[in-house]
Ligand binder design. Structure first.
Ligand SMILES: CC(=O)[C@@H](O)[C@H](O)COP(=O)(O)O
Ligand SMILES: NCC(=O)COP(=O)(O)O
Length: 244
């Protein structure tokens, strides 16, 4: 029987709500503990270079209190690598960042900056972090990830998740499913995420070979109406339904 699909809950946008007024609430640290109680297998946080949401204080406190695993998303910069060496998360996911972007727009171009990414992977492996590369579902990028020595890739599901035209969505889904199979053949652990919500996640979770889905914005949005515990439980149930 296939092992269950893991759920990584990204709590960035709890911090977005806090930063909107500069208050001390809602606290993403409290959100992480609630998400863990509700069934999250890990907590994803993305201290962006502009610190628009997650703050260093959040990361340092979470390091002390998380009971599952910390997946630290970060840009490939010396400053963020040094921060990861200070924090020592279980997992680090290297993502592209542009200050002007509303959210992550594409996957990391590993193929175009292989030496830089390989050095980052090596530096993070030395602190015992499991390194994941957030890439488009593209065999060229998957091959580059293998060359860089990353054991994990997280495939960007944005094109599938945000497609309005059914034909475009189906094409993006097939590209994603083919990329999962290709990456698995290369011996990689395959995660996925970005833009997944309560109506488009089940079929992604059902793709054979998917290890973990990282989902945040949709869970936090649902939590506004149902509460975070229920929102995580509902997403957990979708993953169980996809792969009983
Ligand atoms: C890489 C990815 O898709 C997300 O994990 C990332 O955190 C998105 O950035 P925001 O959380 O700032 O929207
Ligand atoms: N890496 C994807 C992630 O952590 C959450 O992305 P989203 O669900 O907030 O779009």
């Amino acid at each position: 029987m296939n092992s269950r699909v893991l759920l990584g809950v990204n709590i960035d946008h709890v911090a977005t709500l806090r930063q909107a007024r500069g208050t001390r609430y809602p606290d993403p640290v409290q959100a992480a503990l609630v998400a863990e109680e509700a069934g999250a297998d890990g907590i994803t946080i993305h201290p962006r270079e502009d610190r628009r949401h997650i703050q260093d204080r959040d990361v340092l406190l979470l390091r002390e209190v998380l009971q599952t695993k910390m997946n630290l998303e970060m840009a490939v910069t010396d400053a963020m690598l040094a921060f990861a060496e200070q924090v020592r998360p279980e997992c680090v996911c290297l993502v592209p960042e542009k200050r002007e972007e509303l959210t992550t727009e594409g996957g990391l171009d590993v193929d175009g900056q292989e030496e830089r990414v390989a050095k980052a992977c090596d530096r993070l492996a030395k602190i015992g972090a499991e390194v994941s590369l957030f890439i488009d579902p593209d065999p060229v990028q998957i091959d580059a990830a293998v060359r860089c020595g990353a054991p994990v890739v997280e495939l960007h599901t944005g094109e599938y998740a945000e497609a309005q035209d059914p034909a475009v969505r189906e094409k993006a889904f097939k590209q994603l499913a083919d990329a999962v199979a290709y990456a698995r053949k290369k011996g990689l652990i395959v995660n996925a995420g970005h833009g997944l919500h309560y109506h488009n996640t089940e079929r992604v979770a059902a793709i054979p070979g998917i290890n973990e889905l990282n989902i945040g914005h949709a869970i936090v949005a649902r939590a506004v109406f149902t509460g975070l515990k229920e929102a995580v439980r509902e997403m957990r149930a979708i993953l169980e339904r996809a792969r009983p």
